[in-house]
Design a protein around this ligand. Structure first.
Ligand SMILES: [Zn+2]
Length: 509
């Protein structure tokens, strides 16, 4: 977009209690509600990147996700499978990217997915297509030949054939976003979204505590206000009030906003990963973990999880109040009346990791969106391009070549099938706030002596088994705290394996 373009703005009708200086509710249509829903599709790493910027408010921290993200930025790529891995983690893609293309205000600056072929190989034989331009083909050249993806190249398996037929084929590349142009919604201060009708209006009336008549006004939002809103979505219980009325409000977690509601204790772990942790006995705090590439991949993959998928895994109870409310609002929507497609509700209930961004042995139950296995590069001209990448060659005049997508993580030349980010046989250390580093004794020692100031007699080393429950628990703690290991593994310390080499979990005493 040209820099001279007038910045996009949207207006929002808000009803304010002047006496208490708070937003009672807002009334909005497609422009604003599509933006709110798009927040749920953002990968956690993207959110950490966006909220680290200035808007009307200062940069803010997103639990442990911010420290994990920043530490990946500082990681030497030689500890990862390829240079592309680092790029993937710092710019994770959004599996719903095309639905967000036409947002009135899109604050996500992740580069849209592009498809590249190697021009030498494309016209000669079996060929690969990648979504990363800087990758090297097996012939040694870079993938630089740009292909046009057909509209349905990457659609959710939940999108039915009728959806596709209704909107035409390759020629039409417009996506309508999430809610219908005609729909109208009531948004509460904590970002619960409800379709506007008699029922919701009467509920509002019931909840008005103030005697005086609330005042209605219209506020104009530009990308700064939308970024404010994303920040307060993560850390506030009153996101509209904080972002629209009290801009000086402190960007800190309140202590009460995070509660561990999980009371299960002493569970037997079926986990297969083992990590060593160094604890302070007196503070019951995990200072560091020493981990291998399997656990490192598990942590790194957090950056690629869509926010809404994490909410599903945590059953709408992440502890981040406004995110929980926004996610749970989806159940208020009527698929046929409010949404542009009947399948959108299902798609939001099963938000996926972008293709090739997942890792092997993913413990957290979030699926990866897959490309169709049969792909072709096609053309509508007899001689030259443009060339289209499609799963349905019948839409085009001529098939140039059958192609297949390649996993961008391992270098193609090495011919490996390993599907992870972290370099194998590498030891990493993870701090309590999930910042990651290659393992170094010097770093452990200097942190213990200078930063953490834990005396030797207070230290204890333990080995913990990590399975699905432990991984989910760390993920949950990472959303709203800065001690994901200590809080996330608190209930699991009895899975401690006392002796090295022991293969069975201790079930009692
Ligand atoms: Zn090539």
């Amino acid at each position: 977009m040209a820099s001279t373009a007038i910045p996009e703005q949207i207006s929002l009708r808000v009803v304010v209690d002047k006496e208490q200086n708070r937003v009672l509710y807002a009334e909005a249509g497609k422009d604003f509600v599509d933006i709110l829903l798009s927040f749920l599709t953002l990968p956690l790493g993207t959110i950490a990147r966006l909220v680290s910027r200035d808007s009307n408010t200062k940069p803010c921290r997103f639990g442990c996700i911010s420290s994990l993200y920043e530490s990946v930025g500082n990681l030497d790529p030689k500890y990862l499978n390829s240079e592309t891995c680092k790029q993937m983690l710092l710019q994770p893609r959004n599996s719903m990217e095309r639905y967000n293309q036409n947002l009135k205000l899109n604050i996500d600056d992740t580069e849209p997915t592009k498809y590249y072929a190697c021009i030498d190989c494309l016209f000669q034989g079996p060929s690969l297509v990648t979504t990363f331009k800087n990758m090297k083909c097996k012939c040694g050249r870079n993938f630089t030949f740009l292909l046009n993806p057909c509209k349905w190249l990457l659609c959710s398996p939940l999108l039915s054939g009728s959806d596709k037929n209704a909107s035409g084929d390759a020629g039409d590349n417009t996506w309508e976003g999430y809610v219908k142009e005609t729909a109208s919604f009531i948004i509460s201060d904590d970002l619960s979204v409800t379709p506007a009708n008699f029922n919701t209006t009467l509920c509002l009336l019931k909840n008005l505590r103030s005697e005086c008549l609330p005042e209605e006004s219209t506020v104009v939002l530009s990308s700064n206000e939308i970024l404010d809103l994303l920040k307060y979505l993560l850390i506030s219980k009153t996101a509209l009030t904080d972002s629209l009325l009290r801009k000086e409000h402190s960007l800190m977690y309140s202590d009460t906003s995070f509660k561990i509601t999980d009371e299960r204790q002493d569970r037997e772990s079926t986990g297969t990963m083992k990590i060593k942790v160094l604890m302070s006995k007196s503070k019951s705090k995990i200072l560091f973990a020493q981990v291998e590439e399997d656990f490192m991949d598990q942590l790194l993959s957090f950056l690629t999880f869509p926010l809404g998928a994490v909410e599903r895994v945590l059953e709408g109870n992440s502890g981040a109040v406004c995110v929980d409310k926004l996610y749970n609002s989806l159940f208020n929507f009527d698929s046929t009346v409010d949404l542009t497609s009947e399948n959108l509700k299902n798609m939001f209930a099963n938000l996926m990791i972008a293709p090739y961004f997942n890792v092997d042995n993913q413990m957290v139950p979030i699926d990866e969106l897959k490309y169709p296995s049969e792909l072709s590069v096609c053309s509508n001209e007899h001689a030259i391009g443009p060339y289209y990448l499609t799963a349905d060659a019948s839409l085009y005049l001529r098939v140039v070549r059958r192609v297949r997508m390649c996993d961008p993580k391992p270098p193609i030349a090495e011919g490996k099938s390993s599907n992870g980010y972290a370099k194998s046989r590498t030891k990493f250390m993870v701090a309590d706030d999930l910042s990651v580093k290659p393992f170094s004794s010097h770093h452990v020692l200097s942190s213990l002596l200078t930063e953490l100031k834990v005396p030797h007699h207070d230290l204890e080393e333990r080995t913990i088994r990590i399975g699905v429950q432990e991984a989910v628990s760390i993920l949950k703690a990472s959303m709203v705290s800065t001690s994901a290991l200590t809080i996330g593994l608190k209930e699991f310390l009895s899975n401690n394996i006392k002796e090295e080499g022991e293969t069975k979990t201790r079930s009692s005493g």
